[in-house]
Design a protein around this ligand. Structure first.
Ligand SMILES: C[S@@+](CC[C@H](N)C(=O)[O-])C[C@H]1O[C@@H](n2cnc3c(N)ncnc32)[C@H](O)[C@@H]1O
Length: 244
């Protein structure tokens, strides 16, 4: 098992219970996700996602899969870049998140998981995954699946929040993500589920394997040009290419 983190035992006991816990958590908090993300990241999310996609090589004309699309935040940025030339399919295991996405984002959406994508082999020029790598059960299984669905020469971009390397950055991140954000989420939505979602956000960032492990897992899954860019010490952008 190549899990991105150990079980979060305050939430569930064993790896095999993780998927059900995460799916239920996102189903319960789906109606609040966009609002919480907007407030929590001061409205910068769309700009950051779009810029990261462009830097990773997304261009009009591409056929794109957005894994862990949630309410469609990355999907929306992809549609902006494609500007009517190209196709995007969003995939997510939470019915609640997909229902929200369908209300606001004019793309194709399917239920499914990173570990078993409901799409054919070698179908996509570009694969994105935003802020969800911590939720997969096994990195190697998900990355093998990414390789399967990308065309030769196809690119991937994984956006993730990582623990900062500096002690000061860590102290600030812990204060903001563990203490402040769950509380703000409760205030702006009035929902305990939204607060739990943001508490779990930090718990999994804190428990996640370091970036080097993710880079190694990508390389061992047969990807080339495996790289990580970091902004503000915490915003990681992993990119890689399926060999042509
Ligand atoms: C924090 S949200 C991110 C949504 C969106 N990508 C964004 O950038 O805002 C995490 C999403 O990952 C999804 N998810 C959880 N486990 C997953 C898995 N094994 N495979 C794919 N998606 C998963 C959740 O249902 C949820 O919609």
């Amino acid at each position: 098992m190549n899990s991105p983190h150990q079980p979060i035992t305050t939430r569930y006991q064993e790896d095999r219970e993780k998927h059900a816990y995460v799916r239920d958590l996102f189903n319960r908090s789906a109606p609040h996700y966009d609002r919480v993300a907007n407030v929590g990241f001061l409205g910068t999310g769309h700009f950051h996602r779009k810029r990261s996609l462009k830097l990773a090589g997304l261009k009009p004309g591409m056929n794109v899969i957005d894994v862990a699309c949630g309410t469609g935040a990355v999907t929306r940025a992809i549609l902006d870049i494609l500007a009517g030339n190209g196709h995007v399919v969003g995939v997510d295991p939470s019915e609640g998140m997909i229902t929200e996405a369908r209300k606001h984002v004019p793309a194709e959406f399917k239920l499914g998981r990173a570990e078993q994508l409901p799409v054919p082999d070698a179908a996509f020029d570009f694969l994105s995954m935003g802020y969800a790598l911590r939720h997969v059960e096994d990195l190697a299984v998900a990355f093998a699946e990414y390789r399967r669905v990308l065309k030769p020469g196809g690119r991937l971009l994984i956006l993730e929040i990582s623990k900062p390397a500096s002690r000061l950055g860590m102290a600030f991140s812990r204060l903001y993500f563990r203490n402040v954000l769950p509380w703000i989420s409760r205030i702006v939505t009035g929902s305990k589920d939204a607060s739990e979602m943001m508490a779990y956000y930090w718990e999994t960032i804190d428990a996640c394997v370091p970036p080097d492990v993710i880079l190694t897992a990508l390389a061992e899954s047969g990807f080339q040009n495996v790289k990580r860019r970091v902004e503000l010490g915490i915003c990681s952008q992993y990119t890689a290419v399926r060999p042509g």
